[in-house]
Design a protein around this ligand. Structure first.
Ligand SMILES: NC(=O)c1ccc[n+]([C@@H]2O[C@H](COP(=O)([O-])OP(=O)(O)OC[C@H]3O[C@@H](n4cnc5c(N)ncnc54)[C@H](O)[C@@H]3O)[C@@H](O)[C@H]2O)c1
Length: 270
């Protein structure tokens, strides 16, 4: 760890009013970065911005005009943009019935009773709106953030973008087809964009967290959490601070040879 390696760097983190994004804000600020804390929840953004002595930029990442305007404002105010972390995200709500059916099916499969397994109906019940909203927040939001950042980073021939994908983008799970598809698409976007701008001194990487104990999973009941952790070889969920160390590495000079690369931190799940 390099103390103060991000001194005076201007960093924008989306969805930083909670969970992972807030941990990233604290970690990068600890090394001297000035953090612009985005969230669609303005109060949450204000709170974290105060904690890290940064500034709040409340907007919805699905609104490309708002994203462009916010990034233009940051660059107008500070004269630079060094790091963007595209982190804002949502998760499908926990569904007790479907979860129970999934577990029952697993038991039946283990017993070889395949014919008795029942449809889980996650995909066939997914509405157009649910599908589009998941892709809008994750994929559109990451694209809008990457585009807005590159417009400023390219002329300076410097900058770092970190896109938050998921282990489900690498190893999709049944029950979250739209989330898995969006997170896999973020990996493809990261690799394509990174190749386009590598010669300009701009690095773009993706992080794939495993299950992290954040408010995103707050409606998961205890038995569901236990089953999730039983599938993670390390035997527990991650703490947001553990992922923040990885994002700090990718945001700083220590990762100078990393671009278009994908970094899981999965506790052995992937
Ligand atoms: N928690 C996990 O287990 C886990 C695992 C893998 C990947 N991730 C990813 O990490 C990222 C952060 O998740 P988290 O666990 O910290 O969740 P979280 O719910 O604690 O935080 C997400 C934040 O994003 C904000 N947000 C949501 N939609 C937004 C929008 N349209 N515009 C701006 N802000 C918006 C929310 O208000 C919230 O503050 C997400 O992309 C998530 O998919 C999380």
């Amino acid at each position: 760890m390099t103390e103060g390696a991000l001194q005076d760097h201007v960093v924008v983190i989306t969805g930083a009013g909670s969970g992972l994004g807030a941990a990233f804000a604290h970690r990068l600020a600890a090394d001297g970065a000035h953090v612009v804390v985005n969230d669609v929840d303005g109060e949450a953004a204000d709170l974290v911005a105060n904690e890290v002595d940064g500034e709040a930029a409340p907007f919805d990442v699905t609104d490309s005009a708002a994203f462009d305007a916010a990034v233009d404002t940051v660059v107008g105010r500070h004269g630079r943009l060094d790091v963007v972390v595209n982190n804002a995200g949502i998760a499908p709500p926990f569904d007790r019935d479907r979860f129970d059916r999934t577990i029952a099916n697993e038991m039946l499969r283990m017993e070889g009773r395949i014919d008795e397994m029942q449809p889980v109906d996650q995909l066939v019940d997914l509405t157009d709106d649910e599908w589009h909203q998941m892709l809008r927040v994750h994929l559109d939001g990451t694209f809008f953030g990457t585009r807005a950042a590159l417009r400023h980073m390219q002329p300076r021939r410097s900058g770092v973008i970190v896109n938050i994908s998921s282990v489900l983008g690498l190893r999709p799970s049944p029950g979250a087809p739209h989330y898995s598809a969006a997170k896999a698409a973020i990996i493809a976007l990261t690799k394509s964009a990174a190749q386009e701008v590598a010669h300009l001194g701009i690095r773009i990487n993706a992080v794939c967290p495993g299950w992290v104990d954040t408010p995103l999973l707050s409606d998961f009941e205890d038995d569901a959490r236990a089953i999730i952790t039983s599938r993670v070889p390390i035997g527990r969920m991650a703490r947001a601070e553990e992922l923040a160390e990885l994002v700090r590495f990718l945001a700083g000079p220590e990762s100078s040879y990393s671009t278009g690369d994908v970094y899981p931190a999965s506790g052995g799940y992937v």
